[in-house]
Design a protein around this ligand. Structure first.
Ligand code: SF4
Length: 459
């Protein structure tokens, strides 16, 4: 029992988080920055923070994550990190030649109060930023928010720094994905392409963090949104933001800055939210939905109806990021499963919790929701009344093992399995994959636990 000290006795806790269901802001900022082509993320703080951010992303994606640091020591911690950042900008452009440096702050530099725009202006005035190259920044103090807010802040910074309004290209639609996998971003782009719609996705980590092994090291992989594309987002006919918490702020900033109207939708996980995504694309572009997308939708509906009996009534515990949990809960309810415990470590507000309550209102069993909450509480709930399935990141494996419950790995980080970078869980095909994974987990357990009389060859 790895979590043998977890007792079923639930005590009210306000000042203590145990086994948090989140990670720190700069990790999200670093991930978003990697979605710009030729970008080197830069962590303005100590080397320890930077090593943690890089290693978490590297372990999740199994790709080398390139970034730089201001490498604060005692001096910078007391007198501020201006000298470090100026030196870093100079070194980075001279040694690594990125197109752009994306600076994010850390707890330490935020506490000192370093003024990044002022330091970047000084770097420009001192001639440390070569012509045609850029440095931009996002504030990501990790004593508030989580990796999700870091992602949102860096994505909004892309709008604040780069989006320009020089004309109008009404046929182009901006797509802002939330904190999702490179495979999910690729799937969203594939659906948009099938619709025949021209789009700019930002950030876009497909082909950056799920690229091929070529035998040749490329510090700046082929993928990512180019600076020219980021600048052109201000000219697009509309924006679709996928996930209120991660993508909403950037979409609204673009509307305010360049008058690009936006629609903020849920992530396209499962049938209902993918329908809304496709329908919004149809409305915005005035293009009919092609047969290929109808076919994919029909296949998902077919799989759900064929296998519904094994999903029906199953109690599920969910841990993850707010935007993902919202769409995932809706999908589970739609296939008659019961998301009975829902926990995210990221603060998301009362409106968000109310939305989750509305989605799960028809679930027959009692539904417990904690925003923000931690995995200790989730474990305690499970001890009181178990579930049939846990869906969440790798850290859930301790609870799954101790309580002997199947675990479907979903969300961030996944440190011990393959697949998330390459196979999407978004769109109709992704929905099909989710159904397959849920059935695999549930039916493997059924096979394991069935008596010889109940053991079935054909399901
Ligand atoms: S929580 Fe703050 S101090 Fe810790 S790694 Fe993140 S930025 Fe650094």
């Amino acid at each position: 029992m790895l979590l043998k000290h977890t007792s079923a006795d639930i005590k009210e806790r306000n000042a203590l988080t145990v086994n948090p269901a989140k990670t720190c802001q700069p990790i999200g900022a670093m991930y978003a920055a990697l979605g710009i082509h030729g970008c080197l993320p830069h962590s303005h703080g100590s080397q320890g923070c930077y090593a943690y951010h890089r290693s978490t992303l590297t372990r999740h994606f199994k790709e080398p994550v390139m970034a730089a640091t201001s490498a604060f020591t005692e001096g910078a911690s007391v007198f501020g990190g201006q000298a470090n950042l100026l030196q870093a900008i100079d070194n980075i452009f001279n040694v690594y030649h990125p197109e752009v440096i994306a600076v994010h702050t850390t707890c330490l530099s935020e506490t000192i109060g370093d003024d990044i725009p002022q330091i970047v202006s000084k770097a420009a005035a001192d001639g440390k930023i070569p012509s045609g190259k850029y440095v931009f920044h996002a504030n990501t103090p990790s004593y508030v928010g989580s990796h999700v807010s870091g992602y949102a802040n860096m994505t909004k910074a892309m709008v604040d720094y780069f989006s320009q309004k020089n004309g109008r290209q009404r046929h182009v639609i901006n797509l802002i994905p939330g904190f999702v996998e490179p495979s999910d971003m690729a799937e969203m782009k594939r659906l948009v392409m099938l619709m025949g719609v021209q789009s700019i996705m930002f950030p876009d980590t497909s082909k950056v963090l799920n690229g091929p092994l070529t035998g040749k090291f490329n510090m700046f992989p082929e993928g990512g949104t180019t600076i020219a594309q980021l600048q052109a987002t201000g000219e697009s006919g509309g924006t679709i933001a996928l996930g209120e918490i991660c993508a909403g702020a950037a979409a609204r900033a673009l509307d305010a800055k360049c008058k690009v109207p936006c629609q903020v939708l849920n992530l396209p996980i499962g049938l209902h939210d993918t329908d809304i995504f496709i329908d919004t694309l149809r409305h915005m572009s005035g293009i009919n939905v092609p047969e290929e997308i109808d076919l994919e939708r029909g296949q998902l509906v077919d799989a759900i109806s064929d296998w519904h009996q094994y999903l029906y009534g199953k109690r599920v515990a969910l841990v993850g990021d707010p935007d993902q949990l919202l769409a995932l809960s809706r999908f589970l309810v739609a296939v008659d499963m019961q998301p009975v415990y829902i926990v995210t470590g990221s603060p998301a507000g009362k409106k968000y919790t109310a939305e989750l309550q509305t989605i799960t209102a028809e679930v027959p069993d009692e539904v417990k929701i904690k925003v923000p909450g931690d995995m200790l509480l989730l474990h305690q709930w499970i001890k009181h009344e178990p579930v049939d399935l846990i869906m969440g990141n790798t850290y859930c494996k301790y609870i799954a093992r101790d309580e002997d419950i199947p675990l479907l790995r979903f969300g961030f980080p996944i440190l011990d399995r393959l697949g998330h970078s390459y196979f999407s869980c978004m769109g109709y095909r992704g929905g099909l994959r989710l159904v397959e994974k849920m059935l695999d987990a549930l039916l493997d357990r059924k096979d394991r636990d069935s008596s010889e009389i109940e053991f079935e060859l054909v399901m």
